[in-house]
Design a protein around this ligand. Structure first.
Ligand SMILES: Nc1ncnc2c1ncn2[C@@H]1O[C@H](COP(=O)(O)OP(=O)(O)OP(=O)(O)O)[C@@H](O)[C@H]1O
Length: 246
């Protein structure tokens, strides 16, 4: 599909064209190109340093590309449009939480910022969904790593975003919280939300995605609908693709 029509089509959630990011002499992302339709779930695998986090940060307008272009829900990621922020939820290595505020105060703050109706009620609801109601009024600085990750999930979904960027969202979660997140993602998927997730966990990454990408050395070396892939042999395919990316 030509670039302009892809970006304008309501059916396309993400349109990424020749996207690049360099940090000095390090080329973290070296020309990534793909479309993701609304409601599709893309999992991106790739070794440490492949540029997955940098890709997500560019798509979430947290860092500026040094080349190429991307639109998210029709918004240019470099335009810093607050309307785009309402459309997206981000779980990344940075928790975006305020240590001296309570769980409730943090999530309510984001709910208000995004113009959510009844922000206090909604904040409690999502905190309950991630199993943190008993710690509602505790300061975030007293939370364990997994609890912080749970609260990050609550923060990311409080405004019902249509597109989710999840950078290794299972990191630090115990089995119970992992299952809960899986259920939440399944629900979001059935609600036709668009998801781009990175993970190192093959099973978690493959279980509900529609599309699979392998990123290596800043590029997608594979990008296919999941039904084109023999998921039982994915590790072999992954190692071959990553090995060949040289
Ligand atoms: N702020 C920065 N300044 C300098 N270099 C950076 C910065 N952020 C990322 N990089 C470099 O960009 C490259 C890609 O990093 P990135 O974090 O995107 O990889 P990743 O695929 O998410 O890795 P991991 O699986 O380890 O999380 C790495 O070489 C990293 O050192």
């Amino acid at each position: 599909m030509p670039e302009a029509s892809a970006a304008q089509s309501n059916d396309i959630a993400l349109a990424v064209r020749g996207l690049r990011k360099s940090f000095g002499h390090i080329e973290a992302v070296r020309g990534i190109e793909f479309d993701l339709k609304r409601g599709e779930f893309l999992t991106v695998f790739g070794p440490n340093g492949a540029g997955k986090t940098t890709l997500i940060r560019m798509l979430a307008s947290l860092t500026r590309p040094t080349g190429g272009s991307a639109t998210v829900a029709g918004y240019d990621v470099t335009a810093n449009d607050p309307l785009m922020r309402r459309e997206i939820g981000v779980i990344s290595h940075a928790s975006f939480l305020y240590a001296d505020l309570s769980a409730f105060e943090n999530v309510r703050f984001y709910a208000k910022m995004y113009g959510v109706e009844h922000p206090a009620d909604r904040a409690k609801q999502v905190i309950d969904e991630v199993g943190l109601l008993p710690r509602l009024h505790d300061r975030v600085r007293t939370f364990s790593r997994g609890m912080l990750q749970r609260l990050s999930i609550a923060r990311a979904i409080v405004h019902n975003p249509s597109i989710l960027f999840l950078d290794e969202p299972y990191t630090g979660l115990d089995q119970h919280a992992s299952l809960k997140l899986r259920e939440q993602l399944e629900t979001l998927h059935t609600q036709h939300r668009t998801v781009l997730m990175t993970t190192h966990d093959f099973a978690r990454g493959l279980e509900m995605c529609d599309r699979v990408a392998i990123q290596a050395r800043g590029r997608f070396v594979l990008h296919e609908p999941v039904h084109n892939i023999d998921t039982r042999c994915f590790e072999k395919l992954y190692l071959e693709q990553v090995g060949q990316s040289g």
